[in-house]
Design a protein around this ligand. Structure first.
Ligand code: RB5
Length: 150
């Protein structure tokens, strides 16, 4: 799969550790994040990765800031994006299985690289279950359609 990644200045080290890990699993990473530790704004980077996922340039997206909150919230503002902000592999697994999330966010100041790798594994390897969960995800996307203001 093609994986869009983005990060702010807090997560350059985490991103650099995850890219070869993800590539070692046979995926291609498109890096939309900053590569320096100079202070910057998470929304700028998150939007780039979210657009790549929403437009089909990437299959899934992984974004990282200090907590995961800012960059994950920014991604969820892009139409078509369902980004789970999480710190554990169980939530990451169910973000795919039940919520069909196409992006995941976590915090480089919250978890270490080994937990991040477990989260990434669950996120990239778990399929969407469909069935009743498709109805529920559809209801989420209907909220987006009803509130679309463009
Ligand atoms: C940057 O200091 C920090 O606020 C950012 O990385 C993120 O945690 C915001 O949600």
């Amino acid at each position: 799969m093609k994986i869009a990644m983005a990060n702010d200045h807090t997560a350059v080290g985490m991103k650099n550790e995850l890219i070869p890990y993800i590539e070692s699993k046979g995926h291609t990473v498109i890096n939309f994040g900053t590569d320096t530790t100079e202070s910057t704004d998470y929304a700028v980077w998150g939007e780039k990765a979210a657009n790549a996922v929403a437009q089909g340039e990437a299959d899934l997206g992984i974004v990282i800031c200090g907590t995961g909150n800012g960059i994950g919230l920014a991604c969820n503002k892009v139409n078509g994006i369902r980004c789970c902000i999480c710190s554990d592999p169980y939530t990451a697994k169910y973000s795919r299985l039940h919520n069909d999330c196409n992006m995941i966010a976590f915090g480089a100041r919250v978890i270490g690289p080994e937990t991040a790798k477990m989260i990434v594994d669950e996120f990239l390897e778990t399929p969407f279950e469909g069935g009743r969960h498709a109805r529920r995800v559809g209801q989420i996307m209907d909220i987006e359609k009803r509130n679309h203001t463009k």
